[in-house]
Design a protein around this ligand. Sequence first.
Ligand code: GTP
Ligand code: MG
Length: 150
Amino acid sequence: MERTLVLVKPDGVQRGMVGEIISRLERRGIKLVALKMMLVDQALAHRHYGEHEGKPFFQGLVDFITSSPLVAMIWEADDVVEIVRGTMGQTNPKNAAPGTIRGDLGVNIGRNLVHGSDSPESAQREVALFFKEGEILDYNRNNDPWITEP
Ligand code: GTP
Ligand code: MG
């Protein structure tokens, strides 16, 4: 089963959007298998956003993501990376479609509320950066056949 890392970034926590964002993901029917609140340190920020090192917004991004607590989660479903990216909307909230998290709740690319892994490969890497295997829970939901055709 595919997994993805989702972060409610510090702006989402500060603005009281944690419940709203989790609720939108829950309502899609995907499965929450890990969740914690944490303060990201410089080292983790650099590893998580390593692909952006050297870009003009990199330092601002690291400063922002380490500035205040965030909520980290793992969600599970077939094609969950694509499903979550769709629910999040485009990177820049200004261009994100209404009905998406970023399109409904944000206006600025540097304050886009949420992170979701951009491929199954990134997801594997990012899940391992944020969670130990023992923090990821394996459980059954008896309504799964009402969400996904078996
Ligand atoms: P994440 O889920 O956060 O990784 O967003 P993304 O995959 O939609 O975008 P990307 O990985 O390309 O960029 C990572 C983060 O860097 C974005 O979420 C933005 O917060 C920030 N970012 C990207 N491009 C810009 C930019 O041009 N200016 C600023 N200020 N921030 C940017
Ligand atoms: Mg990204």
